[in-house]
Design a binder for this molecule. Structure first.
Ligand SMILES: O=C(O)CCC(=O)C(=O)O
Ligand SMILES: [Fe+2]
Length: 318
């Protein structure tokens, strides 16, 4: 794996080794608590204004995918995915030529189930079509996945549904994302798995298990408590989940995940529309964002600026 030249926020060799061993790094402070809280208030207000959003609003559960990629129309989110504190670190892991291909909100409100244990290499799990495809090496597909930077926009605690991780589980896939899952919005918030209320936003991730009799080993898991403004960087192929929200109404948790791949990866190859989570989006206004380096492959549409004219000027790692 490439260790890029040292810049202000690039990782040390020891941190890169730790990431390769454990599959994650963090929590890492990106914003002061007060700054994050201010930013989140503003973003929250701006999320409601969809006049420049690239996907139209969906109904019910489908609304979550209509809030994909709001970094393409909300300045504070455009700035967030370009932040050197994030980009330099991810470049230390994936090399200097980097795309942000997706961002997503992950809320947990009072009574919400936890997120199922899962791993994602192609992101075909819900739509049935791979959303990211790495080049094949010697005719074999390389080990896929994306580096996710999940930032706590609010406090993230054991009571309000913080993430859980299983260190070191990112090198073996327990799931086959091509199997397909049944969508059933009504099934949400109704199932216990090993005594913990969990689901996957209307899906049951267990349907993708390679071995139907296998069970995630909860004893390997730990809860990742985070303050507003802290992030965790992890391979999407790391076993990850979250706890149910058993706390009070006021104390919701909000995570914002930005996903990165190197420029040699094909994003949404051969795909114009995505149907998943009971909703659908059309990719006509979609573009990846080159956050660092250059794109010599030209596999993907690259947005030069956001829908509001925010300039995506890639950082140089030197
Ligand atoms: O926030 C959660 O509960 C799940 C997040 C997740 O699965 C992801 O960022 O890939
Ligand atoms: Fe995930």
């Amino acid at each position: 794996m490439t260790v890029t030249q040292q810049t202000t926020f690039s990782l040390t060799e020891a941190e890169v080794e730790q990431f390769e061993r454990d599959g994650f790094l963090g929590p890492i402070k990106i914003y002061e608590v007060e700054e994050m809280e201010e930013r989140w208030k503003t973003v929250q207000r701006q999320l409601r204004d969809r006049s420049h959003a690239i996907y139209p609003v969906g109904s019910g559960k489908a609304s979550s995918i209509s809030n994909y990629d709001r970094h393409l129309d909300i300045d504070l989110l455009s700035e967030h995915i370009m932040k050197r504190e994030i980009v330099d670190r991810v470049a230390s892991l994936l090399g200097p030529d980097l795309l942000c291909w997706r961002s997503e909100f992950f809320p947990k409100y009072q009574g919400d189930e936890g997120t199922d244990w899962h791993q994602a290499a192609t992101f075909a799990h819900a739509s049935g079509t791979p959303q990211i495809v790495w080049p094949s090496e010697d005719g074999r597909p390389a080990f896929g996945g994306t580096v996710t930077v999940w930032t706590a926009f609010t406090h993230s605690t054991k009571e309000n549904g913080c993430l859980q991780l299983m260190p070191g589980t990112h090198k073996v896939m327990n799931y086959d994302e091509s199997k397909g899952m049944e969508y059933n919005a009504e099934a949400a918030n109704s199932q216990e798995k090993d005594g913990i209320k969990r689901g996957f936003f209307g899906y049951d991730y267990r349907q993708l298990q390679k071995d139907p009799n296998w069970k995630p080993d909860e004893s390997q898991a730990f809860p990742l408590v985070m303050k507003p403004g802290e992030c965790v960087i992890f391979w999407s192929t790391l076993m990850h989940a979250s706890l149910p929200h058993t706390g009070t109404k006021k104390d919701y948790r909000m995570g914002y995940a930005a996903r990165f791949v190197p420029t040699q990866v094909q994003v949404y190859p051969g795909t114009d529309e995505v149907s998943e989570y009971g909703g659908g989006i059309v990719l006509d206004k979609y573009g990846t964002v080159l956050v660092s380096g250059e794109d010599t492959y030209g596999h993907n549409r690259v947005a030069k600026e956001s829908q509001r004219g925010f300039q995506f000027t890639p950082h140089q790692q030197s």
